[in-house]
Design a protein around this ligand. Structure first.
Ligand code: TXA
Ligand code: MG
Length: 323
C-alpha cells in the first residue's frame, strides 16, 4: 500500500478508479481521516471491516460529493434535515435518515437507516466527484483506525495504525493535518425533532438556533439505546496509555490542558492548545504521542464551554480509564 503525498488530478482519478475496483483508499476529511470503500461493493466492505477489526453490525457513514445525491440513499427526509444539509454541508455533520434500497444491510448494520455525510476537505470533495464521475454512488468511510482506537488526524497515523492490515493495492492520500480534529456531529433525523447521537463541531445550540426546534441528546449510559453506534459505546477512542481526567499526575505522566494551565512538576506536556478549537485539533495527536513516548498514564484537564468542548469532553469520557 502506498501513501500519496502530493495529490494531483491524475492521482485522484487513479484513487477513484481504485475504489471502483474494490480497493480501500484512506483519505483526509475536515474531521479525521476516513478509510474509504465503494459503498455498493459487499466484498470490498467485508475487507474494510476486517482491516478495521470492527464488528459487522456497526454501520458505516456513506460519503457523497453533494446534497444532490442524497435521494439515492435516503427517503422521507424531514424538512429540518434538508435545512441542516443546506446550511452545514459540505461540513462536519452526518445525518441519520431512512434508507433507500441502495443502502444494503452490509452498510447499515441491518438498521432501517443510513448515515450520510458531505465532507468539505478539498481532497475528499475532489475524490468523491471523480468517484461519482466514474459511476460510483457513495464512499463508505469509517475513521481510519482500528476499532476502539484513537481516530487518525494525519496520514502518517493512518499508516502506523493500518499498514499491517491493508493490501498492496490500497492507498493512503495525504492531505495534511485535519482542521476540526474530532469526528462529525451525528444527528438522528428519523423523528419529529433532531437527536444528537455523537457531538461534534456543529453543536446542539447551533442546530436549534438554525431550525428553531429543541434538539435531543443521547447519552452513552442510556438503557433505551438500541442504535448501534461505536461512538455511543462506553469505551472508545482510547490510546494504550491510561487516560485520567482532572487528577494529579505522577512523575513521568503525560499532561494535556489548555495553554494557560501550567504543567504540574514532573509531568510531560503533550499539548498546549490556545483555545477549544485548537484543543479539538490537537487532542488525538497528543493521545498518540503518549503512546509513542510509551507513557503509561496521561492526565487530561478537559475544556469547558458549549462549543466543540462538548465533543472533546464526550471523547475524553469514553477514552478515560475505568477501574
Ligand atoms: O467525521 C466522521 O464522521 C468520520 C469521517 C471519516 O467522515 N467518520 C467516522 O466514522 O467517524 P466511524 O465509522 O468511525 O463512526 C461513525 C459512527 C459510528 O459510531 C456508527 O455506528 C454511526 O456513525 N452510524 C453510522 N450509521 C448509522 C446509523 N444508520 N444509525 C446510527 N448510527 C450510525
Ligand atoms: Mg471511528
Amino acid at each position: 500500500m502506498a501513501i500519496i503525498s502530493s495529490c494531483t488530478a491524475s492521482t485522484l482519478k487513479d484513487a477513484a478508479t481504485s475504489l471502483r475496483s474494490g480497493n480501500l483508499v484512506a483519505f483526509p476529511t475536515e474531521t479525521v481521516y476516513g478509510l474509504g470503500v465503494d459503498a455498493t461493493n459487499k466484498d470490498a466492505v467485508d475487507h474494510l471491516y476486517q482491516v478495521k477489526g470492527r464488528p459487522s453490525d456497526h454501520p458505516l457513514i456513506v460519503h457523497i460529493s453533494s446534497m444532490a445525491n442524497l435521494d439515492k440513499w435516503a427517503r422521507e427526509v424531514p424538512e429540518y434535515a434538508i435545512e441542516l444539509a443546506r446550511t452545514f454541508w459540505p461540513g462536519p455533520m452526518t445525518l441519520i435518515l431512512r434508507k433507500t434500497n441502495l443502502a444494503k444491510d452490509f452498510i447499515t448494520g441491518n438498521q432501517d437507516s443510513v448515515g450520510i455525510r458531505v465532507p468539505s476537505h478539498p481532497l475528499a470533495s475532489a475524490l468523491l466527484i471523480e468517484f461519482e464521475d466514474q459511476g460510483g454512488l457513495g464512499v463508505a468511510a469509517p475513521s481510519a483506525n482500528r476499532f476502539g482506537k484513537v481516530s487518525p488526524t494525519m496520514a502518517d497515523d493512518v499508516f502506523e495504525e493500518l499498514s499491517g492490515y491493508l493490501s498492496p493495492a490500497d492507498l493512503i492520500l495525504d492531505g495534511g493535518p485535519c482542521e476540526v480534529g474530532v469526528e462529525s456531529t451525528i444527528i438522528n433525523c428519523k423523528q419529529d425533532i433532531p437527536e444528537i447521537l455523537r457531538p461534534g463541531a456543529i453543536t446542539a445550540t447551533i442546530i436549534s438556533d438554525l431550525i428553531g426546534l429543541q434538539v435531543k441528546q443521547i447519552s452513552a449510559g442510556s438503557n433505551k439505546l438500541t442504535i448501534k453506534a461505536s461512538g455511543l459505546m462506553q469505551s472508545h477512542y482510547a490510546p494504550k496509555a491510561k487516560v485520567f481526567l482532572s487528577t494529579t499526575p505522577n512523575l513521568g505522566d503525560g499532561f494535556i490542558a489548555l495553554s494557560d494551565i501550567p504543567t504540574p512538576p514532573g509531568a510531560i506536556r503533550l499539548a498546549s492548545p490556545k483555545n477549544n478549537k485548537e484543543y479539538a485539533q490537537l487532542l488525538y495527536q497528543a493521545l498518540r504521542l503518549a503512546d509513542t513516548k510509551q507513557l503509561p498514564n496521561v492526565m487530561v484537564i478537559p475544556p469547558t464551554g458549549d462549543d466543540v468542548a462538548i465533543a472533546i469532553c464526550d471523547r475524553l469520557e469514553k477514552c478515560a480509564y475505568k477501574s
